[in-house]
Design a protein around this ligand. Structure first.
Ligand code: F6R
Length: 243
């Protein structure tokens, strides 16, 4: 694993955006695995700036997002499809037809997940997967205890994750209880993975995930077994973390 420690969030976002840019330049029709959450927003902003300068072309890029709340429509302001449109897709020249997010409105979880795995396989897998890291070590919506061998599946969200995400909803009751998420197995099949972490609140879990035992209790710890992982963070998140 390679580790890039940047001074602050802005610079960590630039490093992550640089890695994505390199991927897009080297393989213009690549498949990017994308994440939502607060952490990648700065990375997406940087990609938009470089696109606006004419330095990046997303016209042939395909993207496959990690997860979506079950029951939320793409128009719902809290859906991950809406997040991706507003934070990235609407601001670059990616063809929306080439952007994939699990279908939150598919009522049959098995069909929703099977369809999504088909999308991933039809695209030949993900070239570069972007990940954030949950405070409990989750990646995607794979909560502690998730089996490493799972592909896309429907999960019941833990109370801590619902509480962490409640800041985006008007009330706790509105926070969905389930989500469709790429599984650990699907994530691990990406050819390259970039994990972005920022802020002191992630410091403990970064150490646990990348220096602790590999265990389903810390889902991100499985990344220690991937042969091409880059950890990008700011000093607050990576303090005391030595490679
Ligand atoms: C987002 C996702 C989540 C987040 C994680 C960290 O698509 O799957 O695993 O990456 O919850 O979220 P932030 O970045 O808000 O701390």
């Amino acid at each position: 694993m390679r580790v890039y420690c940047a001074a602050d969030y802005y610079h960590a976002s630039r490093v992550a955006a640089n890695i994505i840019s390199a991927q897009v330049i080297m393989k213009p029709d690549c498949v990017l695995g994308l994440a939502t959450g607060s952490t990648p927003i700065g990375t997406y902003e940087q990609l938009i700036r470089w696109y606006e300068k004419g330095d990046l072309d997303f016209s042939q890029v395909h993207s496959i997002n990690l997860d979506e709340y079950r029951g939320l429509s793409p128009e719902n302001g809290q859906s991950y499809r809406y997040f991706m449109n507003t934070h990235l897709f609407d601001k670059i020249n990616i063809d929306k037809k080439n952007t994939f997010v699990p279908n939150g409105l598919e009522p049959d979880p098995e069909k929703a997940c099977r369809d999504y795995e088909e999308v991933i396989h039809a695209h030949g897998g993900v070239d570069l997967q972007i990940l954030g890291l949950g405070h409990n070590g989750h990646i995607g919506f794979n909560e502690p205890g998730s089996a490493f061998e799972k592909e896309t599946h429907c999960v019941k969200l833990s109370e801590t994750t619902r509480q962490a995400n409640a800041r985006f909803f008007a009330s706790m009751e509105e926070v969905p209880t389930e989500a469709y998420t790429m599984g650990i197995k699907s994530i691990m099949q990406a050819k390259k993975i970039v994990v972005i972490v920022s802020g002191e609140s992630k410091n403990e879990i970064v150490k646990k995930a990348f220096h602790g035992p590999i265990t389903p209790e810390v889902p991100a710890s499985v990344l220690q077994l991937h042969n091409d992982v880059i950890l990008v963070g700011d000093e607050a998140a990576l303090a005391g973390f030595v490679q």
